[in-house]
Write a protein that binds this ligand. Structure first.
Ligand code: SF4
Ligand code: F3S
Ligand code: FES
Length: 242
């Protein structure tokens, strides 16, 4: 890979957790030579392949699509595969996302996250007789929920939300984004049911409009705006898609 910014030495401080071997989490520092156009994921790979094979983290696509490598970098949730080393300083801290149980090192337990995601029924609901052709939708109707189709379920929004940190029961921003994607789909008939689910004490009203979620989203989704639209649909009963 050609360097755009020369080779430099960085210090990467990683929060480790190795249950069964060490009772408590601890920080470990690594010194790594990086190129300017290396991404953080390349740097973690270098550490794992050249310095400490026990370092554990998730990754798959390496191109910002699968959502598996969300982690807290210098205090902000980011995707390691989308983060250029040239945009980070020479001292970098990496830790697992907050608000998730840690399994090992940077790997968090996503099961509670996906249980909340499933709770909002993130799939098309329509029990009407099948039309002779596909269910038609205008460009404007498609545009209504276009942004929330872009979610890759990385959890960066949920893991950056203080309301989630304070209450593990709260459904969290990612679930609401995925509810939004169907609530405002003109072909869907499950909007009222989802709004009912999101009206309860674990629903949208625990959002305090803090905006960390929007700032964290690697897909540029205006998460807070989507949540506000769902709140308004609950208050005023209009989904334009139900
Ligand atoms: Fe990740 Fe953005 Fe989806 Fe949240 S809304 S899970 S930050 S892609
Ligand atoms: Fe949390 Fe985002 Fe609301 S950070 S409080 S979900 S605006
Ligand atoms: Fe797939 Fe980063 S490895 S999003």
């Amino acid at each position: 890979m050609a360097a755009t910014n020369g080779t430099r030495s960085v210090q990467v401080k990683i929060k480790r957790f190795q249950p069964g071997e060490k009772p408590e989490p601890y920080w470990q520092e690594f010194r790594v030579q990086v190129e300017g156009n290396d991404r953080l994921l390349d740097t973690l790979n270098k550490i794992k392949w050249e310095q400490d094979g026990t370092l554990t983290y998730r990754r798959s696509c390496a191109h910002g699509v699968c959502g598996s490598d969300a982690m807290r970098v210098n205090g902000r949730n980011r995707l390691a595969c989308k983060l250029l080393m040239q945009d980070l300083g020479s001292r970098i801290s990496v830790e697992p996302m907050l608000g998730f149980p840690v399994i090992r090192d940077l790997v968090v337990d996503m099961d509670p996250f996906f249980a909340k995601y499933e709770k909002v029924k993130p799939y098309l609901i329509n029990n009407e007789p099948l039309p002779r052709t596909e269910r038609l939708q205008s460009a404007e109707q498609r545009e209504r929920y276009d942004e929330t189709t872009k979610c890759i379920l990385c959890g960066a929004c949920t893991g950056s939300c203080p309301s989630v940190w304070a209450n593990a029961e709260w459904v969290g921003p990612a679930s609401i984004v995925n509810a939004h994607r169907f609530i405002f789909d003109s072909r869907d008939r499950g909007g009222a049911e989802r709004l009912q689910i999101l009206s309860d004490r674990t629903g949208v009203w625990r959002c305090r409009t803090i905006f960390n979620c929007t700032e964290a989203c690697p897909r540029g989704i205006h998460v807070t705006d989507a949540i506000e639209e769902v709140k308004r649909a609950i208050l005023y009963g209009s989904t334009e898609g139900d």
